[in-house]
Design a binder for this molecule. Structure first.
Ligand code: SF4
Length: 432
């Protein structure tokens, strides 16, 4: 989502003459687009500013802008702590960034802009073409969250759930496809809570998938991140009805223990989660599920951890993320005492090794087989190409076709836990 925002911030800044540079010392302006989900996010921002300061010690000071969720959470505090910062702008008001820059240039005054203005933001962004021209393009359809999991800052930094107008999204999708996108990733903190009311018509995520499926030059559709409670029947049926929707789903559960799920305020239990997976598998038995896991959440004991292991073994997740719990300031969980850190590390290691085994096992199944891959780009300084399978697995391969965006059948010859490796030979290999 921050990648999407960063691109849009660039689109906005380019309306007043800014262009990207790869040479840091040449920059007149730095925008640090920050994420508050990461551990010690605030400190990382100050370290990064320190690096910019060092690079510009003997040069003219650049304009320094902090955007994103750290900016929202820390607000004025940032200007007090670091005088090198000029503008602080929150994730729901970055559409004003061009005006903020011009104002600062004129008045030389520090600015803090953290208003929650999400409707206006997307209305204004609609007037500026999305210039992303990647094969796989991100498209934010929804922001914010009303779920209030006890460990999470999103409801405080991004605000309540907001769904963009249906037509606005379809228009942007068409722009992306005309710019060359072959895959669209629909994004939202709670993407499957998408719900837009237009007069008496109710548009859901399934309505968007249906519409995108009919865009001629678009080949693949994905969405993330989903909440289990919003996996409605109409959405599950999309995996049967729309061939462009890829058969992989990121469905975070965080823990396999009902006790911990309750303490986290996740509002669902393990049984319900497994029932959603069952419905999905009944629709498409090949669908692959990835998830997020928090280890060592306050109150987690050995039995709770083993429940998580048990869930992983039942589902056989791929491409999943796991972290040791760390408190986020201002969240209800941050008031609880944290678990023993050594125990957490041991549990994380065990859990990651199980996840890695599943991943490797899954990748090995492809060896000596053909696999549909979408070519995304040529690997830097290499003769190989990069693409992804339907299931998002990265593939590196030799190829005599270099058309980005093409769907090709790559012969997989080897793999590691993260990626597949192989080759593609037009005609010859297909004939074989
Ligand atoms: S559903 Fe996701 S975004 Fe919302 S509070 Fe929970 S973890 Fe955060």
């Amino acid at each position: 989502m921050n990648e999407y925002d960063s691109n849009r911030i660039y689109d906005l800044a380019s309306t007043i003459g800014y262009v990207k540079t790869n040479k840091k010392e040449e920059a007149d302006c730095f925008v640090l687009n920050t994420c508050h989900i990461r551990e010690k996010a605030t400190e990382k921002v100050y370290h990064e500013i320190g690096r910019v300061k060092k690079s510009f010690r003997n040069l003219k000071k650049p304009l320094v802008i902090i955007s994103g969720c750290v900016a929202q959470a820390e607000s004025e505090e940032m200007l007090k702590r670091e005088s090198y910062i000029d503008i602080v702008v929150g994730p729901q008001s970055y559409h004003k960034i061009a005006d903020l820059i011009l104002n600062h240039e004129k008045k030389k005054k520090k600015i803090v802009e953290t208003e929650f203005d999400v409707i206006k933001k997307f209305d204004e962004l609609q007037n500026i073409n999305n210039k992303q021209n990647t094969i796989s393009a991100n498209l934010t359809i929804q922001e914010g969250c009303d779920k209030f999991c006890n460990f999470c800052v999103v409801p405080y930094t991004r605000g309540p759930e907001y769904s963009r107008p249906f037509k606005q999204i379809i228009d942007e999708a068409n722009i992306l496809v005309n710019n060359g996108a072959k895959e669209i990733n629909l994004l939202g903190q709670n993407v499957n809570a998408y719900n837009f009311l237009d007069n008496d018509k109710n548009y859901k995520l399934s309505s968007l998938i249906k519409e995108l499926n009919s865009i001629k030059n678009l080949k693949r559709i994905r969405f993330m991140t989903s909440h289990p409670n919003d996996m409605s029947e109409d959405l599950i049926n999309c995996y049967k009805d729309y061939e462009k929707l890829m058969p992989s789903l990121h469905l975070p559960i965080q823990s396999g223990s009902d006790k911990i799920l309750k303490l986290m305020n996740r509002k669902h239990d393990k049984k319900y989660y497994l029932s959603v997976i069952e419905k999905l598998k009944n629709i498409n038995e090949n669908i692959k599920i990835s998830s997020d896991f928090i280890i060592g959440y306050p109150g987690e004991n050995e039995k709770d951890f083993e429940d998580t292991v048990d869930l992983i073994q039942k589902v056989g997740f791929v491409n999943s993320y796991s972290f040791i719990y760390s408190p986020r300031p201002g969240t209800p969980a941050s008031a609880k005492s944290v678990n023993d850190s050594l125990k957490n590390k041991i549990r994380l290691k065990k859990l990651q090794s199980i996840l890695e085994d599943f991943q490797l096992l899954d990748n090995k199944k492809h060896i000596e087989k053909y696999c549909e891959v979408m070519i995304e780009n040529k690997c830097e300084n290499e003769t190989k190409y990069f693409g992804r399978t339907k299931f998002m697995t990265p593939v590196k391969f030799e190829s005599d076709s270099s058309v980005s965006g093409e769907l090709i059948e790559v012969k997989i010859t080897s793999c590691n836990q993260n990626s597949l490796f192989g080759y593609y030979k037009e005609n010859k290999d297909k004939a074989a």
